[in-house]
Design a binder for this molecule. Structure first.
Ligand SMILES: Nc1ncnc2c1ncn2[C@@H]1O[C@H](COP(=O)(O)OP(=O)(O)OP(=O)(O)O)[C@@H](O)[C@H]1O
Length: 295
């Protein structure tokens, strides 16, 4: 598991992270989602022990993130992960396993298991010939050579084709089912919706909303009611009549009480409310609302 409390990170005058708190349990996938520059990468790098927090505490599996021992328990996938182009996936991954003192037999088993699951067959061709998606799969396999308990993935699926994206997302779910603690960042809400148990929407270095997607939607979303009338009432917009009916008008309101007001006004004008439809906020609506419409 891991916990982050009161985390801040400042670069000179730039306050990239301004007090972030969250905990992730074993077997849980936690997503950090937010517009570019929100502070996601800075947060993840402090989790991985690559950046020192300006203030606050980051504890990974009982270790302070700055403790070199912590690295043994963690797998980090950076947003950009340049690979050694002349190496093959097998030689590259063995090289990293050696850095963690993993014996050859165990390393080969782990490498084969990860590449099988990620559907990467080309194991003895130079990585330099690979597509972006294939390179990403090798980088993901690299994050697993030390069999870490905690995985920190920065934009694991961004910029990949849909098939590779699905493989990466399903693989992430499998890792959580094995009990791993997973934090990942994304700016694509669909990636987050399909894999995360809980999410934090990060905006301007702070968490603007946090919880399960349902919790976030009910705390920050709203239901919109659309009352359709057959006479014009204040605030209504005219819409196309259906099946040759009389003209119709639509009023958007945020409660049933307001729909009742519309009905009273319609009746006073000699008509009525003829239809009521509701629309719940999507995660995208909530994202736009809590990040102030960024991205
Ligand atoms: N090394 C650095 N020096 C100065 N400013 C930095 C540095 N790294 C990041 N920043 C700034 O800190 C803020 C947060 O950046 P960060 O990369 O953490 O955001 P992000 O949410 O990961 O964005 P992206 O999705 O674009 O990677 C941005 O304003 C960025 O310009």
């Amino acid at each position: 598991m891991l916990s982050v409390s009161g985390l801040t990170k400042t670069y000179g005058d730039v306050e990239a992270v301004r007090g972030i708190d969250f905990e992730v349990a074993d077997g849980e996938v936690f997503g950090l989602v937010g517009p570019n520059g929100a502070g996601k990468t800075s947060t993840l790098k402090t989790l991985a022990g690559l950046l020192e927090p300006t203030s606050g505490e980051v504890v990974v599996n009982g270790y302070d993130a700055g403790d070199p021992e912590m690295r043994r328990t963690l797998g980090f996938l950076p947003e950009e992960s340049p690979l050694y182009e002349d190496m093959t996936p097998r030689s590259y991954l063995r090289f990293f396993a050696d850095l963690y003192d993993v014996d050859r037999e165990t390393a080969d088993e782990r490498i084969a298991a990860a590449l099988d699951r990620l559907d990467l067959d080309a194991r003895d061709r130079p990585v330099g010939d690979f597509s972006k998606g294939m390179k990403r799969k090798v980088a993901i396999a690299r994050s697993l050579v030390n069999d870490p308990d905690v995985l920190v993935y920065d934009e694991p699926a961004s910029g990949l084709d849909p098939t590779t994206t699905n493989v990466v997302i399903e693989f992430t779910r499998d890792l959580a089912a094995q009990g791993k603690t997973i934090v990942f960042s994304a700016h694509d809400l669909h990636h987050v919706e399909s894999v995360c148990d809980r999410v934090a929407i990060v905006s301007d270095g702070r968490i603007a909303a946090k919880g399960t997607l349902d919790e976030i939607r009910s705390a920050h979303g709203r239901v919109e009611y659309r009352a359709f009338t057959d006479v014009e009432v204040p605030g209504a917009e005219r819409v196309e009549a259906e099946r040759g009916d009389r003209a119709r008008y639509r009023v958007r309101v945020d409660s049933m009480a307001a729909v009742d007001d519309v009905r009273e006004r319609a009746r006073a004008a000699g008509g009525d409310v003829v239809d009521i439809r509701t629309r719940e906020s999507t995660l995208e609506d909530v994202f736009l609302a809590v990040t102030g419409g960024a991205e």
